[in-house]
Design a protein around this ligand. Structure first.
Ligand code: NAP
Length: 533
């Protein structure tokens, strides 16, 4: 039987002690009773929480955060698999306005990041704004009163501004392998780890060799009877050099925050340098490939296994992984790396294309997430009732990954083409937040009711992005979750992150259709749109 488990790490949630408040149910004649907010934010992960904090810091109090779970953290709440940690150095992977001098290691473990986010939510008094266990069912822009009508599992509310901070790595992707629904053992996804299930002595199949799998495999390998790793494409892996941060350094960061800021800046520029190779000069990546090959040869003596683990595409085309313990785990006698494709799953086994049947008790899917094909766009309806899904039928596209034509007063955090293969996503999130805050400031100052990016501006922007994408390593011939169904990279930002920050420092009203407040007083009349020249 096919079973996918919810995460359970015994963590006490914020909603445990809170009385649930519910938005009123909507009906045609009780609109006046609907709760209305200036801003509704979807998700309390890094982006939604960061947005909420910055709103508060800028004097906005009239906002709500809609969170489907009972705790803060987004991907850092959901991914609780053994060994889960960040592969961006700790000092950089945090909000610029809330440095954490207490990180215990150079690469923070998941629990510390989740606790850091919880701590930020408390410190900046965001908890009272969060509606827990509240899942979005639908959001529709209503033309007559220029508002978002947001329907959730806890009722309906309306908002002037709707900000999606749901994150690109929130919908686990399960492999559509023939027969998988007939599997009679226990199966779960890495982002829904089943902590109550004891893997000791089990014959475990792991599908996938991405960032998640290479982190949990070294932790489960010593416990299981047999680990069969089904690898479709070998990843490029560089040494990680993770180490504890000494107590004296943590004291120093606390007493002299400038020292941590200095380190943070240094890490930022070191990582940023990689964009040169990934985006502009893929030839520069040769030295990184040599380091990765040496790492493999040092850690895996068996030439046959080395051959299985050697990638045949340019480094960086898929996400570059960091690990010091993945390769050694694969050399243990209870591990087999299987490179033949999976033909089918049976009740107690997996059969590969070579006809071999691998007996197993458990399948762990480290098979990643729905990124360019998420469900959420189906539930967001903009002007004329058109869904974001329909608007994106040729692949996701937006303006600076933040605004979408046809969707007034809607903003996306980590929207299309804002992802990174080389640096901290928090930097991109904060850039987008600055842009949205500046938009709100301009809306208030000029008494604007709505802003909506002009279609030709969005089109020109995306044409520029795709032109720049042509010479990057990401389009050099591998398959990856960076690419959409049409083979376009709609996920990553093709440039330096400081360029993105510079371009999003100020909201650019001349690129938007603007509707003033007073126009909406005449309900039913077509509102005058104006453009700045
Ligand atoms: P992923 O990188 O998308 O890897 C999925 C793996 O599953 C790949 O090896 C893929 O093979 C394989 N796979 C997918 N469908 C399959 C199928 N039908 N049959 C066989 N194999 C299949 O997923 P992830 O490891 O969960 O990581 C996703 C992203 O999360 C990362 O890229 C990263 O951005 C983020 N992440 C970050 C950290 C961190 O340290 N900050 C940690 C974990 C995850 P192919 O390569 O052949 O497609």
């Amino acid at each position: 039987m096919f079973r996918v488990f919810a995460s359970s790490d015994g963590h006490k949630t914020h909603s445990d002690n809170q009385q649930r408040t519910v938005f009123p149910e909507a009906s045609s004649n009780d609109e006046a009773h609907l709760r209305h907010v200036r801003v509704a934010i979807l998700g309390a992960g890094f982006s939604g929480l960061g947005m909420a904090i910055r709103l508060k810091q800028h004097g906005h109090e009239d906002f709500v955060v809609i969170e489907r779970a009972a705790d803060i953290g987004g991907t850092w709440r959901d991914n609780t698999y053994p060994g889960c940690a960040c592969d961006i150095p700790s000092h950089l992977y945090s909000f610029s306005f809330a440095l954490n001098p207490h990180w215990s290691r150079t690469y923070s473990p998941q629990r510390e990041i989740r606790d850091y986010l919880s701590c930020c939510a408390r410190r900046f008094d965001i908890l009272p704004h969060i509606q827990w266990n509240c899942e979005l069912l639908n959001a529709s822009w209503k033309e007559d009163n220029q508002r978002w009508y947001i329907t959730t599992t806890q009722g309906q509310l309306t908002a002037d501004i709707f900000i999606l901070g749901n994150g690109p790595l929130s919908e686990p992707s399960l492999p559509p392998i023939p027969g998988i629904e007939r599997f009679d053992g226990v199966m779960f996804h890495s982002a829904r780890w089943h902590h109550d299930y004891d893997l000791t002595g089990k014959r475990v199949a792991v599908i996938g060799t991405g960032a998640s799998a290479i982190q949990f495999i070294p932790h489960i390998q010593p416990r299981v009877a047999r680990l069969s790793l089904f690898q479709r494409t070998p990843p490029w892996i560089l040494p990680r050099h993770d180490r504890p941060i000494p107590a004296w350094q943590r004291v120093m960061f606390r007493i002299l925050p400038i020292t941590q800021r200095f380190l943070r800046t240094r890490i930022y520029w070191r990582l940023e340098f990689a964009a040169l190779g990934l985006v502009y000069r893929p030839g520069m990546l040769e030295s990184a490939m040599q380091i990765a090959r040496r790492h493999l040869l040092r850690q895996v003596p068996d030439p046959l296994l080395q051959a299985k683990l050697t990638p045949q595409y340019a480094i960086g085309c898929k996400r570059i992984l960091l690990s010091d313990d993945f390769y050694p785990a694969l050399t243990r006698p209870n591990v087999e790396v299987i490179t033949d494709r999976i033909r089918e799953v049976r009740a107690h086994s997996i059969v590969t294309e070579d006809g071999r049947e691998h007996e197993i008790d458990t399948i762990i899917c480290g098979t990643g997430f729905h990124v360019t094909d998420t469900q959420l766009p189906q539930y967001i309806h903009g002007r004329g009732g058109r869904s974001l899904n329909d608007s994106w039928h040729e692949g996701p596209r937006a303006y600076y990954g933040t605004s979408v034509s046809g969707f007034p007063n809607l903003f996306l955090l980590i929207g299309p083409n804002t992802g990174l293969g080389h640096n901290s996503m928090v930097y991109m999130i904060e850039s987008q937040i600055t842009y949205i805050l500046d938009c709100l400031r301009i809306m208030d100052r000029r008494h604007l009711r709505t802003v909506e990016v002009r279609p030709e501006i969005q089109e020109a922007f995306n044409t520029e992005l795709q032109q720049r994408m042509r010479n990057t390593v990401w389009t050099s011939g591998c398959t990856s979750w960076y690419l959409d169904a049409n083979g376009r990279n709609t996920t990553l930002w093709p440039g330096f992150t400081f360029e993105f920050r510079r371009r999003t420092r100020h909201f650019d009203p001349q690129h938007f259709d603007l509707i003033p407040q007073r126009a909406s007083a005449h309900i039913g009349e077509a509102a005058p749109i104006y453009r700045m020249r």
